[in-house]
Design a protein around this ligand. Sequence first.
Ligand code: ADP
Ligand code: MG
Length: 714
Amino acid sequence: MAQEANKVTLSSPVSALSGIGPSRHKALLRLGVETVRDLLFHIPRAYEDRSSISLLAETPAEEKATFLLTVGSSPVTTRLRGNLSLTKFRAFDESASVEITYFNQDFLKNVFTVGETFRFSGKLERKGKRLFLSSPKHERYQENEPLPDYIPCYKLSEGITASVLQKALNQALSLASTTLVDYLPEDIRQRNNLPTLLYALSSLHFPRGIEDIRRGARRLAFDELFLFALRLQLSKTKNAAETSLPIKQADKEIFLSRLPYTLTGAQARACAEIAEDIQKGAPMNRILIGDVGSGKTVCAMYAIFLALNSGHQAAVMAPTEILAQQHFAQMKPFFEEMGYKTALLLGSLSPKEKKEVYRRLAETNEERIDLVIGTHALLSEKTVFSDLALTITDEQHRFGVLQRATLRGKSPHSHLLVMSATPIPRTLALTLYGDLSVSTIDEMPKGRERVDTFVVDCSYRERLLAFIRKQTEEGGQVYVVCPAIQEDIEEENVPLSDLMSPKQEDDRLPLAYAENERETLQKAFPDLKVGLLHGKMKSAEKEAVMAAFAQGELHILVSTTVIEVGINVPNANLMLIENAERFGLAQLHQLRGRVGRGSRKSYCVLLSDAKNGTARRRLETMRTVYDGFKVAEEDLKLRGPGDFFAASGSDEFRQSGGLSFRFAHLCTEEGLLLQAAEEAKNLLEGKTELYPEKHAALQNEIARMMQDTAGIIS
Ligand code: ADP
Ligand code: MG
């Protein structure tokens, strides 16, 4: 018995592995690694490419490179001041020789024997004719044992070095080789040409080559999409039987006559779909997808109107306080004039204010609040409705399936409408929102002026500065978006997602960093206020910066893509995107949607030195296509579905309990995505025979996944 308890399994805490003591265990927990199994799924975020060997003589100074060098002199260690010691020796290749130094690693004396060859990787320095390598990474090279071309780079944390991880992973994989259950039914695995789970994980952690990495990542991406689709189908089946609160017919003229404009054709169609769905007697599960600015809010208001008109309550949930406040400012007067009571519920309200809202939401007399608009605060247990018939979530991709369910759970018979400003191709919508009916708004309100889009290379920088000057002088505001926050020491490494498709030289163009960019712009415009916004900032800081920009206190906002889902700053009229080749089309389109929201003539400038065909074609698409759905179709064709998940899989979305995909962004084939959804559907419809014992592992996996996501939102 006692022995059983000591046996290490995949569910054991990582501390069960040798080499992982309490402090490393803690550090791993910070990385989200709790169990041995979690460790296996802590896959590299990038790989260092050591596949090409450079010659010393041909490598420019300050360039990071990999060399195959033979040790030419015995290492000598000298004491420097204090505890510092320096180990020094020479090594050579056929072109030149180099002096190699290491600090405080005296033991290396015994590693580097004269005549032996090592693979070194580091930054080459030149002083006159002399060459130096300081603390390069090194691996012993043996004629008959090729070294791996790609070295995994993990997200690390204090106390967890690559070699600690590697040792732990070795143990974990050896345990997995006998105990890891491959939950994916064998026939599905074979049909889709996928490796086993064990093979996939070993390939990612200890790759033998790039193809190995791709196959491994493809399997994990498939699994995630497949399990996601399964879960959606399961919840769809579960929902279908319920009945809903009755919503009666209403005179739509009462609603329309209060609007300052007439609906576009697409809005009218969406409103009609909503009305029909909501009156059917079963709970509505609908997503409204429409480009930024296409006018989704009014369709939501129509649904609210129908619910309130039948005497029920409605709730609107937005991902940020600012968005909630914006909706409230618009909806409060509209519905109060019709005699309904409204309230705003934000996490930042005082406990007393919140209590009052809670009380009045649960009320059944005339004090009852009919429409509440709020943030995640609505999900609190304390929010109890007396008669909730409709819940609406805005910017759906910021919320998880389960958050949707939580709000829904407040009133199981209520209708659900979710809104998304991410125009996505139909095939993707069906996969991502398989449990929802889809309404699309694919038409912009009339009179909306187009955001003129330009693609320029870096020789335009001076002219761009003048253009920024002109716009701000005329009272406009400017967004500048960069692909990264600050210089990363691991910059040279290739992100796993980039490895998934053949490498393109444009992926190696020098990057613009938001922090540097802010400084540069501040220097160029000392009289202007330049702000900085990025995902590593605390959310209160972020909101403060956004608010300052919205109020016109900042002239220029330099940011990473965090502004993608953001607020409405109608005064902003120039969007400048650095390294535009780095962004997916869908992303570029979202970014462009941040401008052109007010009366000012607006511009989007895509800055890129990209030369290759695909990158140019993408940017050209942006210049000529303005319809978000068309842009998205093109993106899917050019880059595969990965990009659509990349946005939802970033840390930021994960924190906000988004769809929380971890691997799906590695999916580069539309076919694989469709196949995953298809397989899930077939499995549940019994086209693939379902034997309880055969699929027990799969059922466990779904249960585990649901538990995981539940953890994210609690
Ligand atoms: P989104 O789809 O991004 O949520 P909104 O609902 O916020 O867009 O609408 C964007 C702007 O367009 C708002 O100022 C809204 O008043 C305006 N608008 C919406 N529908 C129409 C319409 N049919 N005609 C003119 N303006 C409209
Ligand atoms: Mg909106």
